[in-house]
Design a protein around this ligand. Sequence first.
Ligand SMILES: C[S@@+](CC[C@H](N)C(=O)[O-])C[C@H]1O[C@@H](n2cnc3c(N)ncnc32)[C@H](O)[C@@H]1O
Length: 253
Amino acid sequence: MPRDLVQRFQLARRDPQLAVLEGFHALKHAARFGAELGPIATTDPDGLAELAASLAPDVAATLARAEIVDPEVLGSLAPRAPRTGVMAIAARPTVDLAAVLADARPAPIVLLEDPRTMGNMGACVRVAAGAGAAAVLTTGTTDPWQPDAIRGAAGLHFALPVARLDRPLPPLGERPLLAIDPEGDDLDPARLPSRAILAFGTERHGLTDDLLAATDAHIRIPMEPGVSSLNLATSVAAVLYAWRLAAGPPGHD
Ligand SMILES: C[S@@+](CC[C@H](N)C(=O)[O-])C[C@H]1O[C@@H](n2cnc3c(N)ncnc32)[C@H](O)[C@@H]1O
């Protein structure tokens, strides 16, 4: 059985329809937001039951079906075995881009241009889920569903659509496209359109000229003199929460 399990995790890492969940929080959120879960492996069923009882009683029954594995087996399932001693495989939800763009709710979409650092990308997904964004879309070659990104997002990929777009970008509908860029005009939270697409650039080089040219406005998060830029996920958090606090809670737009 462990050999079969190891093989399933190895194959899942290469399967674009599956997601590998490393650690308790990724599994908790996946279960809470309705992921279709495959095998769950744990080295410590009692510890898992305790974590579930204290942090996620709503999904404790789902987590209770975890298979017990030796620490060496768990260590072979991931480059860095999670400290919580639990891993799982889930099906990735299908993302319908047309439906995402047409979503009538007053909530912005986060567009990350070619993000490179998966933990940081995951943090963007986490804050987008927390603030109530409609989706996180990425460009570039990096898969936003890599296990490190899911780990950085604490599994919140299952709370909202997350997908990679091919370049050139497909038509993005009637939503305003805003560049979030240190060279832009100062952010005015009350004037952020609720259904905007907020475009953020890569960690090192910022937004490409192509994307800057395609945007309707360039918006800057104010910074003190001498500070060149904020971290990507911090920028996403600042803009989304500026929007969220100005707009009020969902349903009060
Ligand atoms: C680490 S920054 C990139 C820095 C890059 N050297 C530049 O000048 O754009 C990554 C992304 O975070 C966003 N960002 C960081 N600080 C910002 C600020 N003060 N105002 C607006 N956007 C910012 C932008 O979208 C930027 O492309």
